[in-house]
Design a protein around this ligand. Sequence first.
Ligand code: CNA
Length: 254
Amino acid sequence: MEELAEKSAELILKANYISVLSGAGISTAAGIPDFRGPQGIYKTAGIENPERIFDINYFYKDPHPFYKFHRSFLETIRKVQPTFTHLFLSRLEKEGKIKGIVTQNIDSLHQKAGSKNIYEIHGGFLENYCTKCGEKYSEEEVYKKLLKKTLPQCDKCGSIIKPDVVLFGEEVKFLSEAENLIRNSDLVLVLGSSLAVAPACNLPFLTKGKVIIVNKGKVLAGYGAKDKIAFIVEEDLDTFFKEVARKYYSHRYK
Ligand code: CNA
């Protein structure tokens, strides 16, 4: 790990335009389970084809499994704080190193850590809309509805409300902005993602520079432009980035 942390610190020092693609693994240390990790929702959901919980067609057929998950997600989200890695990224943005973060996460922890230029390509939980009349609801309003009933219904028309998160089968958001950011980057950090979900998994390889992947679990191969990968670090993110930060700041302030 020492050697890869040193190499990462050096690449960060040299880079002028860094972008990040983050996934659920960056938030597990905060207490939010991922999908495909050992403690992930797919393993703990206890149902067959757990992917269907997050599928838009299934949501319209039966939103109960999604809302069972979402209610506990909203309970968790109230208690969690950004991790060391979220905070380090925010600091690198303030220093001008990181130009933007593309996140697959919906947990707003990058915002909570102070990062500014964030593309939430899978949306977020703060805004919610009625699936029929489009009436807008805050997260607080949806949470209160979920404390009283298993499904949140629109006050105006009685239809189901859906958080503005991108479910499987829906189009991702801010794709061209994310592509531009990464195309312009000379270094891309891919953090805590199994790279199993398209189109996010293809984004890092648009860079003209190098890609560092930090992920404890399996990263799905099949991505193009493998020559762009500087290295893959199979470590816990916070453990690794504490080491990177130590080395980076000791070089910077030498
Ligand atoms: P994923 O497929 O669950 O992959 C996460 C990866 O991170 C796995 O390979 C884990 O082994 C790895 N991992 C977990 N903890 C750590 C750690 N501490 N250090 C290093 N690696 C770790 O999740 P992806 O983000 O790749 O998949 C995209 C989905 C997951 C998106 O649609 C998200 O919306 C969705 N998701 C988001 C959240 C969130 O907002 N926090 C939580 C759960 C799922």
